[in-house]
Design a protein around this ligand. Structure first.
Ligand code: PEP
Length: 241
C-alpha cells in the first residue's frame, strides 16, 4: 500500500514560474501516492510525475459566477477534490450542509473527495473533539450511498494545528482514527470502514510525519505550508515509512 500525501498549496505561490519551480523540485519516492492541489489556474502549465487535485469545488453548474464543478474538474483529468477544509468553513462560512452537497456532486462524478474534519481550539479545550467529528462526518456523508463510501478519504485536521506549528500526539490521532472507523462501520459496515482512507493534517513536517504514519497508523497526511518549501517537503517525503 502506498501512503497518500496530499500537498495543499492554498492560494500560493504568486506566479506560474514559482509554481513550476516548486513542482519540478519534488522528488516523490515509490511508496508515496502524491496528490498536488495547486491553484486551479496553474494546472494546465504544470508538468510533473504527480496527480493533481482541486482544493475545492462547487456542487452545481450554471449561473454561479466564479465557481467550478466536479464535472469540469473531471473533464481536465483531476481525480481528487478537497472538501470542507477548515479555511473554507471559517473564512467562507462553509457549513456541513454545503460540504455534503459538494460530497454528493463529487461522488456522482466518481471522483475522490477528501473530506476535512476536526475541532477548533475552543472545542478541543472543552473536550468536544469526538462530538464535532461525529457531526461533521454524519452531516458530510448524509445521504451518501454505501457503494460510494469506499472511495472517500477522510482527513482529520484539528483546526488549532493547521499552520500553527502545533500538532496532536500520535496517541490522540490514533484514538480519532479508531473513532472515525467505528462511525463508518456503524453507518456502512465493516468492509466500507476498512476501505475508507484516513489521513492526518496539521503542521506535518519531516520530524513528525513518522509518528502519524507508523505510530498512529494513518494512511497518509495532508500538508500545507511545508509543501511550498521544496527542500523541507522532499525531506518529509523521504521520511515516509
Ligand atoms: C492544511 O492546509 O490543511 C494544512 C494542514 O496546513 P499546514 O500543513 O500548513 O498546517
Amino acid at each position: 500500500m502506498k501512503f497518500l500525501i496530499v500537498a495543499n498549496w492554498k492560494c500560493n505561490p504568486k506566479t506560474i514560474k514559482e509554481a513550476q519551480k516548486i513542482l519540478k523540485g519534488y522528488k516523490a519516492p515509490k511508496n508515496v501516492e502524491l496528490i498536488v492541489c495547486p491553484p486551479l489556474v496553474f494546472i494546465p502549465q504544470l508538468k510533473g510525475n504527480v496527480s493533481f487535485g482541486a482544493q475545492d469545488c462547487f456542487y452545481g453548474e450554471g449561473a454561479f459566477t466564479g465557481e467550478v464543478s466536479p464535472t469540469m474538474l473531471k473533464s481536465v483529468g483531476l481525480r481528487h477534490v478537497i472538501v470542507g477544509h477548515s479555511e473554507r468553513r471559517v473564512l467562507f462560512n462553509e457549513t456541513d450542509e454545503i460540504a455534503n452537497r459538494k460530497m454528493k456532486a463529487i461522488l456522482q462524478e466518481k471522483l475522490i473527495p477528501i473530506l476535512c474534519v476536526g475541532e477548533n481550539r475552543e472545542e478541543r479545550e472543552s473536550n468536544e473533539t469526538f462530538e464535532v467529528i461525529k457531526r461533521q462526518i454524519g452531516e458530510g456523508l448524509d445521504g451518501v450511498a454505501k457503494d460510494k463510501v469506499k472511495n472517500i478519504v477522510l482527513a482529520y485536521e484539528p483546526v488549532w494545528a493547521i499552520g500553527t506549528g502545533k500538532f496532536a500526539s500520535a496517541e490522540k490521532i490514533q484514538q480519532v482514527k479508531i473513532f472515525i472507523k467505528k462511525l463508518i462501520n456503524t453507518k456502512y459496515g465493516a468492509k466500507a470502514s476498512e476501505k475508507v482512507k484516513i489521513i492526518y493534517g496539521g503542521s506535518v513536517d519531516s520530524r513528525n510525519i513518522a509518528s502519524y504514519l507508523s505510530d498512529a497508523g494513518m494512511d497518509g497526511v495532508l500538508v500545507g505550508g511545508v509543501s511550498l518549501r521544496i527542500k523541507e517537503f522532499n525531506q518529509l517525503l523521504k521520511a515516509v515509512k
